[in-house]
Design a protein around this ligand. Sequence first.
Ligand code: GLN
Length: 240
Amino acid sequence: MELKIYHMYPDLLNLYGDLGNVTCLTQRCQWRGIKVEVVGFSMNQEVPLEDGDLFFIGGGSDRGQNIVYSHLLKYTNVMSDLIENGAPVLAICGGYQLLGEKYIDAEGNDVPGLGIFDYHTRSEGGRLIGNIIIKNNLGLTPETLVGFENHGGRTYHDHQSLGRVVVGYGNNGQDQEEGMVYNNCIGTYLHGPLLPKNPHLADHLILKALERKYNLKELAPLDDSREYLAHEKTLHLYSP
Ligand code: GLN
């Protein structure tokens, strides 16, 4: 089995170690004998994208987001069809915002989004920063996902969220919801190292990719004792 991972704009969208998520996905596949090809996709590149099995979009500055938008716009239909057809996508922070209609920055300027989803994001003064714990809505065990968030934007929508906030801010600091899930596309404010500390989420994405491509129903288990030690430590340190 083989997976092609598109790492979208690794040079422009890579805050707080988001790159570690791609390393984690790759390593967990390789431990299981699944071949992985990681393709960095960025400005001035014109490749089909349809052949991708898994897509990762990291977070970035407002400037980075603006630059990416002007290039990615051409791929709106391709991305939208991929998402509709169940391709797994993990979009973090700025990447998550980009899939929506727009982000209104702290000066009131519009940073347009692809509009694949109908949500919008606006900066409301003051950044939402800190460690975050949520309870996932994907049915994954353990129930918790741990991470770090740092965003000025507040996102509002009625889609299914990735989870309910236990500690931290999430989408907007108000409704206790974090992220968004549509088919196998996940948008979230949880930055890197998201997947290394949440191996159940990493495997969820890998399995969805393999299910779509090979109809695989189950992944070979790995020894995740270290990963869950890191997960547990975060829970222990930051739980109320
Ligand atoms: N535009 C984003 C914000 O809300 C960028 C943050 C990020 O990707 N970390 O601040």
